[in-house]
Write a protein that binds this ligand. Structure first.
Ligand code: ATP
Ligand code: MG
Length: 491
């Protein structure tokens, strides 16, 4: 099954680089994700060319190149305006030596044979080469057959290939999720057998694959597969605590399935990564807080929002997510139980929810609530009451919900003779607390008068006033966790 004449639509820039290599007396093949995507009619993310030329020879053939890595990859700079075509990566054929740590080969050596290069690739669908200048396809591992069968299969023996590099297991699950493929039986068996090797992979690389799974159109399916094959516990072990953890009567599913369905809804809606991660983790603390209520004859999960937020932070820190993402997702999780009955809730309570989650995040919080509801197995994404609550949010947003929206600022306070320092922040926050309750107080006149009074208050009291919101929340969180510990007799 090699050297088939086929015509694939390749951009001009890529063709030119291939032709230049050939004219220089070398072989040149497109390989990897771009060939796979071209064959199935998906748009390639980037264009990789492999060749028997050495990095020095590649550089000699092109005007503008750069070479700064250990793999021999030379970036050929084109004149294209398209970001994906600005740099075409050209890498010499490689063959990989022995792997002794399940992470990377002990040595990488260049080879003069395309077959060697294809053999070291992870999946058959990623190991098809296309000689663009001559329109020939080289498919030595049955990649096209697997593409037609929508099947993910390793090149060679799956056990060996996963033992060499454990990340390939997660790549297989991720690529299946992105393409809507199934994992071949033997490949799946290989994953199940080698799963523990994943513990050796850096958390950053695991995180990057997790992100791509979560961002794919089918994260629920992928995480179920990951769980069944035993690799989920090397990604987010805490999720497995939800398996078989039955919920109260409002839910049709156990905690795990509820989280999966919540995440899937976020994916169906094409909501951003933050919302997807919050949907995935919003109830991760439920198993730890579950208590049977004799009175209600049902399970209760008091404090699960607090515990889930703490766990979210720990999980995301462990996976080395950027602090900003972790903070946002854990804030969404912490706030996901906001009271939203529009018949009872007051506008000032709505303003407090907005102030707490941040006005830039309120939409994501509402979307998280939608995911949560869909995830229970109930039919409507936007029940009447949530829609009504959303209109209250719109109304509440017209008033000040952050310090920045106050009709007074730090500069003004300094003008009024307050010393620069933490007192400024405390005064502004204390003023915001008042304005959240009574938005009509947001006038320069009132706030200046009130600020003058607050300036006379001593540090300790002012700090309490200023951090009222924040401190109270942290104390409440600590108290909730303490109570849970006592209930579960753990410390
Ligand atoms: P996409 O570009 O859509 O992410 P891709 O298949 O191009 O998909 P890359 O991570 O860009 O993925 O890798 C490029 C190619 O390098 C792959 O198609 C595969 O042939 C090979 N490859 C990548 N990672 C590995 C690995 N861990 N083991 C073996 N081969 C790999
Ligand atoms: Mg690629």
């Amino acid at each position: 099954m090699s050297d088939m004449e086929t015509k694939l639509a390749v951009p001009k820039e890529v063709l030119e680089v291939s032709e230049a290599l050939q004219a220089g007396g070398f072989e040149a093949y497109l390989v990897g994700g771009c060939v796979r995507d071209l064959i199935i009619g998906r748009e390639p993310k980037d264009w990789d060319i492999t060749t028997n030329a050495t990095p020095e020879k590649i550089q000699a053939l092109f005007e503008d190149t750069f070479y700064e890595n250990d793999y021999g990859t030379v970036g050929v700079v084109t004149k294209s305006d398209d970001a994906r075509l600005k740099v075409i990566e050209v890498t010499p054929y490689r063959t990989e030596g022995k792997y002794s740590n399940a992470r990377h080969p002990d040595e990488v050596s260049f080879s003069d044979s395309l077959s060697d290069d294809l053999k070291r690739r992870d999946l058959t669908i990623n190991a098809i080469a296309y000689g663009a200048a001559r329109s020939v396809l080289v498919d030595e591992h049955g990649g096209r057959e697997d593409l037609a069968a929508k099947r993910v299969r390793t090149v060679g023996n799956p056990h060996e290939r996963f033992e060499e590099d454990a990340l390939r297991m997660l790549r297989a699950v991720r690529i299946a999720a992105e393409l809507d493929f199934v994992i071949d039986t033997q490949t799946a068996e290989g994953i199940a057998a080698q799963a523990p090797q994943l513990a050796k992979i850096s958390r950053e690389r695991v995180r990057d694959e997790l992100i791509r799974i979560v961002q794919s159109p089918r994260p629920m399916q992928a995480l179920y597969v990951a769980q069944k094959l035993g690799i989920l516990k090397y990604v987010i072990p805490e999720l497995e605590e939800g398996i078989g953890c039955a919920q109260n009567q409002a839910h049709s599913f156990d905690v795990f399935e509820h989280l999966m369905r919540s995440l899937q809804h976020a994916a169906d809606k094409e909501w951003p990564l933050d919302v997807r991660l919050a949907a995935l983790l919003h109830d991760v603390g439920k198993p730890a807080t579950r208590v049977w209520s004799e009175e209600k004859k049902d399970w209760t999960f008091h404090g699960h929002d607090v515990v889930s937020a703490r766990m979210t932070k720990k999980i995301m820190n462990d996976l080395k997510f950027p602090k900003e993402t972790t903070d946002k997702v854990s804030t969404l999780v912490r706030t996901h139980m906001f009271f939203s009955d529009p018949e009872v809730v007051t506008l000032s309570a709505v303003r407090r929810v907005i102030a707490r989650v941040g006005k830039e995040n309120i939409n994501d919080l509402l979307n998280l609530r939608v995911c949560d509801r869909i995830g229970t197995g109930r039919p409507k994404a936007h029940p009447f009451r949530l829609r009504k609550y959303m209109s209250m949010v719109d109304e509440a947003m017209r008033d000040a919900v952050s310090v920045g929206m106050l009709k007074i600022d730090g500069t003004k306070l300094i003008e009024l003779a307050e010393k620069p320092g933490p007192r400024i922040g405390w005064i502004l926050h204390a003023l915001l607390e008042e304005v959240l309750d009574e938005p009509e107080k947001n006038t320069g006149e009132y706030l200046e008068k009130r600020a003058a009074e607050l300036m006379k208050v001593d540090d300790k009291e002012l700090r309490e006033l200023g951090e009222a919101g924040k401190d109270r929340r942290e104390e409440e969180d600590e108290a909730a966790i303490q109570k849970l510990r006592e209930k579960h007799h753990v410390s």
